[in-house]
Design a protein around this ligand. Structure first.
Ligand code: BG6
Length: 478
């Protein structure tokens, strides 16, 4: 008997982006509007306003503004530059490229009778190009790209018609690309929706009106969508459907029994609840008790429960950026946690640099499910500086290298990991702050927070470093 050596030969080293943060071309090719198209930056003020806690009226007002910059409308213009950008990623050696499909490019109103063929053509070409550049496409069906018209019509994902429209769109896309795409992620960071109800679920939360019944109805609908997509795609060979979490595994702040139990309960409801349903096919009993205690009600049919039971998903994808703690004062909602102050190093945006959490989370997930895991986001946001045409991003190399070392450690324990698509191979607009200056890329893009710049692409030091890591299949992390 022998222990596992290191990364498997077919390990998917890659990079990840999202359509709404990179494509731009917001009004090209018949694309419909999404919430991201309304987010704007004004010089020296209002940088990083979030659509959260805003009403549809506010969104309409934002959309009509003329003297501000809307960063996600232009992104990095990937819609037009994808060929040259993918070529650079191929040069880096990437074996996988994760991106999302903007639902509103294909069904501009979300529930149109027929798809918009200009949008479809774009994704035909994009996916073909990813394959031509020797990368495995990993496709997210929904990454904050909800059609605005559909939100207006139904008020969000808690409405069953909204879910039906999503299922129709998803089936169309899976039918069209199943021969080229083996890995599908249904919804980006499903568990973060509680924090981003408007962005993720289309449920406006103006004035803090957060209804947990609406929330869990929407989540239930998403579970049903995932199971239905899985059922539909079962006829295709090698079509893997995954659930995705934002890793919110939290440590107990101290070994006081109340802190330990609070952290355990939060891990259940903030993380495992989602994967227990999607990977095991049943609502766990602890969640039923939580719904009862909190007076949370939503509609679930017998047929849906049967669908969930018979169509569990194939893999668990997750993003990981920092670690958190819970003490006995914390409540179940996902934004109730305490800082992990034992890890004092943070980014300028306050995200702590806990490298060990990767090993811990991989181990916890695998011990619980024994299903393949896929790290589909991990990276460090930094306002990089260009010096003589070069970017010396040692901090990024250190972050990625230590994270990868921890993945290797988990793999040596027997944890099955499909791949690692770091965030992001190229600079794109930040999701939460919509700044370009919160850069994650291996490739620098010369655009600033107000859309100024040449758009030139420059390979950072981390580009060459990742190239070497991939070449040595994770042996050489120096
Ligand atoms: C993840 C999102 O939460 O974090 C991405 O799926 C996002 O869309 C990434 O870009 C990094 O966060 P941010 O807000 O710094 O861009």
């Amino acid at each position: 008997m022998k222990a596992v050596k290191g990364f498997p030969n077919n390990f998917l080293w890659g990079g990840a982006v999202a359509a709404n943060q990179c494509e731009g071309a917001w009004n090209v090719g018949g694309k419909g509007l999404i919430l991201a198209d309304s987010e704007y930056n004004e010089h020296n003020e209002n940088i990083g306003f979030s659509t959260e806690d805003k009403s549809l009226r506010f969104i309409e007002e934002a959309l009509s503004k003329t003297n501000v910059h809307f960063p996600k409308r232009s992104g990095i213009d990937f819609y037009h530059t994808y060929k040259q950008d993918l070529k650079l990623m191929n040069e880096c050696g990437l074996k996988a490229f994760r991106t999302s499909i903007d639902w509103a490019r294909i069904f501009p109103n979300g529930d149109d009778e027929e798809p918009n063929m200009e949008g479809v053509k774009f994704y035909d070409n994009l996916i073909n190009e990813i394959v031509a550049q020797n990368m495995e496409p990993v496709i997210t069906l929904s990454h904050y790209e909800l059609p605005l018209e559909l939100i207006k019509k139904y008020g969000g994902w808690n409405h069953h018609k909204f879910n039906e429209a999503f299922i129709k769109y998803a089936k169309f896309v899976v039918d069209r690309y199943h021969d080229r795409v083996k890995y599908w992620i249904v919804i980006n960071q499903m568990n973060m929706a509680e924090m981003y109800m408007f962005t993720s679920l289309g449920i406006a939360t103006e004035g803090g009106k957060l209804s947990l019944s609406d929330y869990y109805q929407a989540i239930h609908n998403q579970f049903v969508a995932g199971a239905e997509i899985k059922r539909h795609s079962a006829k295709y060979k090698d079509c893997n459907i995954g659930i995705m979490l934002a890793d919110f595994t939290c440590y107990p702040k101290t070994s006081h029994p109340e802190d330990v139990i609070t952290a355990m309960k939060k891990n259940r409801m903030n993380n495992y609840f989602y994967t227990d349903v999607a990977l095991r096919g049943e609502y766990p009993k602890y969640s039923l008790r939580y719904f009862e205690d909190e007076d949370i009600h939503f509609e679930v049919s017998k047929d849906e429960l049967q669908l969930l039971k018979e169509n569990t998903l194939d893999f668990l994808a997750f993003s990981l950026y920092f670690s958190i703690c819970a003490d006995r004062t914390c409540k179940i909602p996902i934004d109730s946690f305490v800082e992990n102050d034992l890890v004092s190093e943070t980014t300028a945006w306050g995200w702590n640099l806990d490298y060990k959490v990767m090993y811990n989370s991989l181990s916890q997930y695998y011990d619980r499910y024994q299903k393949p895991l896929f790290i589909v986001e991990n990276g460090i946001g930094y306002n990089d500086v260009v010096e003589d045409g070069k970017i010396h991003d040692d901090y990024r190399i250190e972050y990625l290298s230590k994270s990868i070392a921890n993945i290797r450690d988990a793999i040596r324990d027997g944890v099955e990991v499909i791949g690692y698509t770091m965030w992001s191979p190229i600079d794109i607009v930040s999701a939460s702050s919509h700044q370009m200056s919160k850069r994650y890329g291996l490739i620098y893009v010369d655009i600033d927070d107000y859309g100024e710049g040449t758009g030139e692409r420059i390979r950072k030091d981390s580009f060459y470093w990742y190239q070497k890591v991939i070449k040595t299949n994770g042996e050489n992390l120096d």
